[in-house]
Design a protein around this ligand. Structure first.
Ligand code: C5P
Length: 247
C-alpha cells in the first residue's frame, strides 16, 4: 500500500441518532477512515445523513444487509446507489437471483447518475454466529465452510466481495482471487471485550489474513477517546499492511 492509499478502517457509526455521529465526524477527516451507517443510525437519521457524510468527502458504507425478494432488493440497492454510497451490502443467503438483481440495479443506477458503481458486497455468516447457532437454523456446515460456499455464490453472481470473519479470509481469498473485496467486522484489539461478537480477530490478524476493509465499531466509538483509538488502530493496520505487501 502506498502512503496515499486510503485507510482500511471503516468506523461503524452505531449511534442512536445523527448528533453523536456528527460530533465524532467533526473530530476527524476523510483520510482517517471510511464511515459505516448501519441499521440503527439509518433508521433514525435516514438518507439525509448518508448524503451529508458523502458531501463532506467520506467514503460511506451503507450497511443495511438487504435480504428479500429480488425485485425489492434491486429497488433498495438502486436507492442506496443514488445516495452516493461507496459500499452497500445484501445477505448472500438471499440467493443467486437476488444478488444478480442487486448487481444489475446498482450498475444501472450508477450509470444513470454518471458515477462509478459502489462496491456491492454480500454478507456470508454473521460474525456473531457460532457453529452451534448455525445448527439451530438448520445449517449443518461449520461457519468457515458455509462462509466459503456463500462467497462462491456471491462471486458467481458478480458481486465485488463479501463480509466475513477475518478467520475465514484466507480460504475465501484463495478461492475468489486477489481483487475480491474482503470486509471484516468482529475486530477487537488485543485484550478488549468481544461483547456480542463470536468469531473475532485483532486488527493486525485481520490484515495479515488478507482483509481489505476492517469494520470497527465499539472499540472506537465506545473508547474514552474515540479519535485516539482510531489513530492507534490506523497505525497498527498500516504497519501490518506494510509488512504484508513487502513480504
Ligand atoms: O461494535 P462492533 O465493532 O462489534 O461493530 C461491528 C459492526 O459491524 C456493527 O455495525 C455490525 O452491524 C456490523 N457487522 C457485523 N457482522 C457482520 C456484518 C456487519 O458485526 N457480519
Amino acid at each position: 500500500m502506498t502512503a496515499a492509499a486510503p485507510s482500511r478502517v471503516v468506523v461503524a457509526l452505531d449511534y442512536p441518532d445523527a448528533a453523536p455521529a456528527l460530533a465524532f465526524v467533526a473530530r476527524i477527516d476523510p483520510s482517517r477512515c471510511a464511515l459505516k451507517v448501519g441499521k440503527e443510525l439509518f433508521v433514525a437519521a435516514g438518507p439525509d445523513l448518508v448524503r451529508a457524510l458523502v458531501a463532506r468527502g467520506y467514503r460511506v458504507f451503507v450497511d443495511l444487509k438487504f435480504h428479500d425478494i429480488p425485485n425489492t432488493v434491486a429497488g433498495a440497492c438502486a436507492a442506496v446507489t443514488g445516495q452516493g454510497a461507496w459500499m452497500l451490502n445484501v445477505h448472500a443467503s438471499g440467493g443467486f437471483a437476488m444478488m444478480a438483481a442487486a448487481r444489475a440495479a446498482v450498475d444501472r443506477a450508477a450509470a444513470q447518475a454518471g458515477r462509478t458503481a459502489p462496491l456491492l458486497i454480500a454478507v456470508t455468516v454473521l460474525t456473531s454466529l457460532t457453529a452451534a447457532d448455525l445448527a439451530r437454523i438448520g445449517v449443518g456446515a461449520d461457519p468457515q465452510a458455509h462462509a466459503l460456499l456463500l462467497a462462491r455464490l456471491a462471486r458467481d453472481a458478480g458481486l465485488d466481495g463479501v463480509v466475513c470473519s477475518a478467520r475465514e479470509a484466507p480460504a475465501i481469498r484463495r478461492e475468489c482471487g486477489p481483487t475480491f473485496q474482503l470486509v471484516t467486522p468482529g475486530i477487537r484489539p488485543a485484550g478488549e471485550p468481544t461483547q456480542d461478537q463470536a468469531r473475532v480477530t485483532t486488527p493486525e490478524q485481520a490484515v495479515a489474513a488478507g482483509a481489505d476493509w476492517l469494520v470497527i465499531g465499539r472499540p472506537i466509538t465506545g473508547a474514552a477517546d474515540p479519535v485516539a483509538a482510531l489513530d492507534a488502530i490506523n497505525a497498527a493496520v498500516a504497519a501490518t499492511a506494510g509488512h504484508r505487501e513487502n513480504a
